[in-house]
Structures are given as C-alpha cells and as structure tokens.
Design a protein around this ligand. Structure first.
Ligand code: NAD
Length: 250
C-alpha cells in the first residue's frame, strides 16, 4: 500500500533502521538508506531493497542538507540513527555528550524541518522517530541518551501539533531492549560501570527491565512503523508507542 511513496530511514544500514527499511519496502515504498558500514554490504543492501544510499554524517548539518536535497521530496521520514554511551555523569566524556545530543536529537530536527515543506504541499506525510523506553523513564549512567530521547518525545509532540491539520502525522516508537549491534556494544561498558559479568548484564540489567524476559525483535518494530503509515493511522499523531515487553508499564 506504499507504492509511489518515498521513505528515508536514517541509520538504516544496521539494526532497527534496516528492519524498518525492509518492512516499508515490503509494502512497496521506495527507500533511501542512510548510515555507515562496509561498502560492499551497503551495495548489497541497496540491491536487495532497490534502494539508494546516502552516507551523510548526521552530525554535520551541511551533510544533512545535501542528503535531503539529493533524496528529493520524502513522504515517510524515519529518524532512527542513534548512539549510546554509558558512564557516570561526573565522568561523562564531553565529546560523547555532544555527539549523542547531536545525532539522537538535533539531527532529527534538521531532517524534519527539511522534509516538512514537501509533505505539507502534498497533504500527506509520516514522521516516525525511533525514541526509546528511555524517552519515558530513566536508568543510571545514560544521562546524554536519556536526555536526548526525552527530547525526541517532546519534539515529536510539538511537530504533531504544528502539523495536525496538514495530513502529516508525527509519532515516536519507543523500544525496550532490541537485540542489535547498539545493545551488544554497550555490554562491555555496562560490565565496567557496574562491575558485572556479561551474563549478569544481559539477564540482571537488560532483561531485568522487560517483564516478557525477551529482547524485542527488529522486525516487530518494522511492523509498527508500517501500521503508522496506513491511512487508518491518520488520527494517530503525537503518540509515543511503547514496544518494550511491558517495561514502562511497571
Ligand atoms: P545500530 O547501532 O545497530 O544502528 C545505528 C545506525 O545509525 C547505523 O546504521 C549507523 O551506521 C547509523 N549511524 C551512527 N552514527 C551515525 C551518524 N553520525 N550519521 C548517520 N548515521 C549514523 O543501532 P540500533 O540498535 O538499530 O538503534 C537504532 C535506533 O533505535 C537508535 O536511535 C537507538 O537509540 C534506538 N533504540 C535502540 C534500542 C535497542 O535496544 N537496540 C532500544 C531503544 C531505542
């Protein structure tokens, strides 16, 4: 049902973004990928999805502007690229703070401001922001990440109101722990910060948060993104959709 629609998914060379890109493609959308990675792997993803790819670094406004200009009018914007760093606030590396706020929050502002005019002109658009359970609740040692994701929630609500009468919706998807390279990458730091073994981090820190005791699967997030693109979801806007195994219900 998405034939003729063009979707840009940031951070879609891996993990959740890739799963969302695949799900939108399966419904017929034309997909623009973004993110870093091995050139050969990206080329085969482009072939698999009939997609184009922008290697824009979303920490650089000029690169975002070039990506948006090259992509042309976007119907479905998925702001998904994100990064994490785990450290106590008084030891938090200053460059990591800037990067996390820059990528997770500020880049979302830039892509959105650049995508909205064409959506408004068409009278249809979907903005889907990958936030996090950490946009609704907190856990220690993730000050920059939690601040950025709470920011994404506030930003999304604001643009939902601004765009309410334009046919453009804006929503957050807020996963709990999803098994992706981002999660794997934070296990060693969490081991260090909390003095735990790998198994203890997985079972006592990560899955301890999720009443289902299961990692969310990336394709489940793709399915939710597809739902938000349906015309039946036209009145779903300014919402922050949890997909977290019950984490934020506690
Ligand atoms: P991932 O590390 O697998 O993928 C991140 C993607 O972002 C990659 O494609 C990477 O190349 C891209 N990227 C990184 N820095 C970039 C930059 N400067 N410019 C452009 N692209 C850049 O991560 P993931 O787990 O799939 O996470 C995707 C989103 O989901 C993030 O916003 C993350 O905060 C959020 N999230 C993840 C989880 C989880 O458990 N994995 C939970 C909640 C929210």
């Amino acid at each position: 049902f998405l034939e003729g629609k063009r979707a840009l998914v940031t951070g879609s060379t891996s993990g959740i973004g890739l799963a969302i890109a695949r799900a939108l493609r399966a419904e017929g959308a034309e997909v623009v990928l973004n993110g870093f990675g091995d050139e050969g792997e990206i080329a085969s993803l482009c072939e698999e999805l009939g997609a184009t790819h922008s290697g824009a670094n979303l920490l650089d406004v000029a690169e975002i502007e070039a990506m948006m200009a090259e992509a042309g009018p976007i119907d479905i914007l998925v702001n998904n690229a994100g990064m994490q760093h785990v450290a106590p606030v008084d030891e938090f590396p200053l460059d990591k703070w800037e990067m996390i706020i820059g990528l997770n929050l500020t880049a979302t502002f830039h892509t959105t401001r650049l995508a909205v005019p064409a959506m408004k002109a068409k009278g249809w658009g979907r903005i889907i922001n990958t936030a996090s359970a950490h946009s609704k609740t907190a856990s220690p040692f993730k000050s920059a990440y939690n601040a950025s994701k709470h920011g994404v929630d506030g930003f999304t609500k604001t643009i939902a109101l601004e765009l309410a009468q334009t046919g453009v919706t804006a929503n957050c998807i807020s996963p709990g722990y999803v098994w992706t390279p981002l999660i794997e990458g934070q296990i060693p730091d969490t081991m260090k910060a909390r003095g735990l073994s790998r198994d203890e981090v997985i079972n006592d820190v990560l899955l301890a948060k999720q009443p289902t005791k299961k990692f969310v699967q990336p394709h489940e997030i793709g399915a939710l993104a597809v739902f938000l693109c349906r015309d039946e979801a036209g009145n779903v806007t300014g919402a922050n959709w949890s997909i977290d195994g019950g984490w934020t219900a506690e």
